[in-house]
Design a protein around this ligand. Sequence first.
Ligand SMILES: [Zn+2]
Length: 146
Amino acid sequence: MMSGDCALCVLDAAEALWANDQCFVISADVTGVGTICRVIWRAHIREMSDLDAAARGAFMDIVWGVEAVLRTLTRPAKMNVASLGNQVPHLHWHVIPRYRDDAYFPETIWAPAHRDALTRPLQDTVLRAALEAGLGNQAKSPSIMA
Ligand SMILES: [Zn+2]
């Protein structure tokens, strides 16, 4: 897949909940679960092993930071962190708070639903503030604003 056809390459990091020079964070509401985050590498890179060790480490620090933020906000039964990319082969991590009564528990959120369940949405303003507090406000660095 060329980057011009990529659903993640066309996203505008300036509209993300949080961003730094290398990656950015967006959220999505999954029906029957709640708000999840995706941490997306800016460059169209296919596999984690295509990044050098420093870049991988920096990327994963953000993933674990997002995990901690969501964990604090949602008090889940379990956090799920997943990198698949079969449909969109552009590096991104899903960070997913899970609840014992969510639609899919204990399977992944991509499994067939087990039950009807409430969706637990987070407000963007709440999530944005928590990400800024948890990760720092790197989004205002000059290279992002340019
Ligand atoms: Zn891409």
